[in-house]
Write a protein that binds this ligand. Sequence first.
Ligand code: HEM
Length: 208
Amino acid sequence: MAVPGPKARLWLWRLAAWTAGLAPLLWLGARVLQSRLGANPVEFLEHRAGDWSLRLLLATLAMTPLRRLTGWSEPIRVRRLLGLWAFFWICLHFAIYLTFDLEGSPAALAKDLVKRTYITIGFAAWLLLLPLAITSTQGWQRRLKRRWAQLHQLVYAAALLGVLHYLWLVKADLREPLLYLAILVVLLGWRLPWRGILRGHSPPRRTT
Ligand code: HEM
């Protein structure tokens, strides 16, 4: 079988990234149309959106290690797309909560932000990701130069807060949030400078 060339490979990676962001949306849309949302439809939608927020955020963070381990350039070229899909899902998750749980009331949001720690943590993660989504264009990348990479390191803190938010709200079965935490620890630990120290030289410069 012929090995796909660089253009075809990039196309396949882009297709995979679009599928990762869009397929759950189509699946959720189909469930809405078929009224198959279980006994608590709002909770169902909110939780599925939360799940995909975290999965796509972790997938975004996995692209740099994947590039390093394989030597392929495609993961880096779809990283921004995956990050924007993650942000889309977080906004959807937030919008479901605001619209259905709080009936669009800013006062109710302020009350929850003070009273419920997991809401405070989730909201902080969303706030951290907001400037990253806004400055994700090449124009902003050129304008901010080195500061762009520094700014975009906020994604690590946002992912950590996202996992903490999940851990905080779960009351009984901690297995799933702990699995996400383990994946995040591996993805962040992999980036630490000691990798370079172990190899006897300073770590190579990264953009994010
Ligand atoms: C990086 C940002 C965020 C991530 C990754 C995230 C992720 C998650 C996850 C994975 C769940 C649990 C889903 C499940 O049980 O299967 C969840 C639940 C929830 N999240 Fe978020 N979330 C984020 C931001 C927010 C924000 C900004 C809000 C609102 C201010 C919010 C409000 C909620 C609520 C109300 C629940 C359901 C809690 C419950 O029913 O007990 N989240 N989130």
